[in-house]
Design a protein around this ligand. Structure first.
Ligand SMILES: [Zn+2]
Length: 508
């Protein structure tokens, strides 16, 4: 009878606890007034299992006491879990009888259950999941963001090392957003755990740190497959070309490339007038949601200036060289930029030739063209070449000279400063930034003094003749013509709109 009493009592205790647990679990997971999604609640339930070791001890002690009492006094063991404010105690009591399992008692499991139960019952009162959306300020580091959330430096450094496996936290910039989910103890205002970090440096690319099934933080990256979209736009120029293209929905980067393609042969300030027309076919790289991640190539670009239509097709030849050609496969005319500036609407403040010098107050020859432009405007290399000089040069101030070929060199004066990496011997590409507009040396205000030297003599930059690149022939030409025919078929209406009117002129 002694033994029976003890086991009976112990069994009652475990059954009681088991039932309490199953009801509580059910209540916890299905509580409809709780707005936390089911999956998240499951996660929390799992996370809770790792806490409150003290309660294990409390219940273990309780069981030992129950055992001793049972042996010593053959008395009934009374044990219960106190109902908490946010649990329906009656519900727990009522369902108790139904789930008694007379045959199986697993003390260890029950201990675990008691612990979980206790934590679940108390969960809502003390813990809360917080989703932080943190916008980085200048000077913020990944580690100090974590320590600001209450993390120990050592732990934060561990997370930093984990993230570093997929993304260098040093690349985070001011203004960027980091999403961090934490669990905190609201009573003690203490961080319990860091649950999740999400960094999305650009659309379609995500870096995530989250807990695996063993509760370890693991970093991984996600990348959406990008979709290549080919778009076309056309229109009549009203105001500036960039404004008109912008209105037609062309991304800024594509507009800049469009201007770059034509800037070899067109002075946008002088040659492009209201009523002129543009056409463009270009690529965009999109996320599956349709967000623009980056712009692609310009496949076709055309400008109709008055009645003159210049139409250029992109083509990659068999050696991998990319260039723009007219419909017949003639290479785009290339020449030194007449206005090697990012600010294409810069006006000529002083032309080439004889003039009265504003500072020296006498008639002298002006050996270049002056373009007035705001301080800091980027200055481009007028053509491919090698930097011969990048130094202070008396009245010229900060000065760069580039040799392009045996015939031509160009010089740039009064620069505010040189671009990074520009030094004698450096090879530069046409359109590459070499420095910035300033007013150094003998100068009355920020401007670029631009000189073109032909066979050792300074010449008027506006009068240099265009030099053709290599024309397509043979296999390349056949491939090119097939490509042009394909594009014309796909964009039939675009070509029909502009070609008919200019057919005769196109032949010239
Ligand atoms: Zn000048």
């Amino acid at each position: 009878m002694k033994n029976f009493n003890f086991y009976q009592n112990l069994r009652n205790l475990f059954s009681h606890i088991n039932n309490l647990l199953s009801v509580a679990k059910k209540a916890f997971l299905s509580n409809s007034t709780d707005k936390i999604p089911f999956a998240e609640r499951l996660n929390k339930y799992a996370a809770l299992k790792h806490k409150s070791k003290i309660m294990t001890l409390v219940y273990a002690t309780l069981l030992v006491v129950a055992f001793v009492l049972s042996i010593a006094n053959h008395n009934n063991v009374n044990a219960s879990v106190a109902p908490q404010n946010n649990m329906d105690y009656l519900l727990l009591e009522n369902s108790m009888g139904d789930n008694l399992d007379e045959n199986n008692i697993y003390p260890e499991e029950s201990l675990e259950n008691i612990r979980s139960l206790f934590e679940m019952v108390n969960y809502k009162e003390t813990t809360k999941v917080i989703e932080h959306e943190i916008k980085l300020s200048k000077g913020d580091t990944f580690i100090n963001i974590l320590t600001n959330l209450g993390m120990e430096y050592k732990d934060a450094y561990g997370v930093y090392l984990e993230l570093k496996k997929v993304y260098a936290p040093e690349n985070l910039k001011a203004g960027q957003i980091i999403n961090i989910t934490t669990t905190v103890n609201t009573e003690l205002n203490q961080l319990i755990s860091l649950d999740n970090i999400l960094i999305e440096p650009k659309p379609g690319q995500r870096f995530i740190v989250e807990r695996d099934e063993n509760n370890n933080l693991l970093a991984r990256k996600e990348k959406d497959d990008l979709i290549l979209e080919v778009k076309s736009a056309d229109g009549i120029i009203d105001g500036t070309l960039s404004n008109s293209m912008h209105k037609a929905g062309v991304p800024n980067k594509i507009i800049a490339n469009f201007i770059n393609i034509f800037s070899y042969s067109i002075d946008f300030r002088r040659d492009v007038k209201k009523g002129d027309k543009f056409e463009i076919i270009y690529e965009n790289h999109l996320t599956p949601n349709g967000e623009l991640v980056q712009t692609g190539n310009i496949l076709f670009a055309a400008l109709t200036l008055k009645k003159d239509r210049i139409a250029l097709h992109r083509f990659k030849d068999s050696s991998g060289q990319v260039d723009y050609y007219d419909e017949k496969g003639f290479a785009m005319k290339k020449t030194l930029h007449r206005k090697p500036l990012a600010f294409q609407s810069a006006r000529i403040s002083s032309p080439f030739g004889k003039r009265r010098h504003p500072i020296k107050k006498k008639i002298i020859v002006h050996w270049g063209v002056d373009y007035a432009a705001p301080k800091g405007t980027a200055i481009y290399a007028a053509g491919d070449g090698v930097v011969q000089a990048a130094k202070w040069n008396g009245g010229y101030g900060n000065y760069i000279k580039i040799r392009h070929n045996s015939e031509y060199s160009t010089a740039y004066a009064h620069m505010w400063k040189f671009a990074k990496g520009i030094h004698p011997g450096k090879r530069v590409k046409q359109g590459q930034v070499i420095g910035y507009v300033g007013s150094t040396g003998l100068s009355t205000g920020p401007h670029l003094h631009y000189e073109v030297v032909k066979n050792g003599r300074r010449v008027n930059p506006l009068r240099i003749k265009a030099a053709a690149g290599e024309n397509l022939a043979g296999k390349n030409l056949r491939k090119f013509k097939a490509q042009v025919a394909d594009l014309k078929k796909t964009y039939h209406s675009l070509f029909a709109k502009y070609e008919k009117k200019n057919d005769k002129l196109a032949k010239k």
